[in-house]
Design a protein around this ligand. Structure first.
Ligand SMILES: [Zn+2]
Length: 200
């Protein structure tokens, strides 16, 4: 695992990208609560404000890419097909509520920080930037974890930490220095529009 193209074969094509502004969103702890991956067919538990935040950015033309660490795959607790089902269910639930879908999902199945895709490494951001021809410094990374913020900072993206969880497993907040904080994804979406000088 040495470079960002190692996950290329597992990444699906970016559909529908037309050069618009891009937002990168963490999944668990930012859009939805951590998903018990073994339970098939259940609704994903959305975090308050997240569907509305996705919809607000979509209404203003943003292309939204989820970037998520999913080490349960390498641990054998779930397979990639199941992960895609959950991602589809998540996007479908947001669509039912708001009429908008998340555009694309990228994930790292590994547990080892040697993988360049595993946040806090910025491989997913770099991959998307190369595939889409993005100026990554004009994108925003939104996440609850210091790992999301560090990944964004590593490539010079704007970073917004949502204070929806922001705890490591022992309950101690892990410090990081995002550009901005927001109580949830809806507030983060309003902030992005304001920073990008888009009037709502
Ligand atoms: Zn990986």
């Amino acid at each position: 695992m040495a470079n960002i193209w190692d996950h290329y074969s597992s990444a699906q094509d970016f559909v529908g990208y037309k050069g618009q502004q891009v937002g990168f969103l963490d999944r668990d702890g930012t859009i939805c609560h951590e998903q018990p991956i073994s339970r098939a067919g259940e609704q994903v538990a959305l975090i308050e404000g997240s569907a509305e935040g996705v919809a607000l950015l979509k209404h203003h033309g943003y292309y939204l890419i989820v970037i998520t660490n999913q080490p349960r795959i390498s641990r054998g607790e779930a397979d990639e097909g199941r992960l895609r089902e959950i991602n589809d269910a998540l996007s479908g639930q947001i669509e039912t509520l708001t009429g908008e879908r998340i555009d694309h999902f990228l994930y790292c199945p590994h547990e080892d920080n040697a993988c360049p895709w595993r946040k806090p490494n910025p491989g997913m951001l770099q991959f998307a930037a190369l595939r889409l021809g993005l100026d990554i410094t004009r994108t925003t990374v939104v996440g609850d974890s210091h790992k999301d913020i560090l990944a964004g900072q590593a490539v010079g993206a704007r970073t917004i930490q949502v204070l929806t969880r922001n705890l490591v497993s022992d309950g101690t907040p892990k410090p990081c220095q995002p550009n901005h904080t927001a109580p949830d994804l809806l507030a983060a979406a309003h902030l992005i529009l304001r920073l990008d000088h888009i009037s709502v």
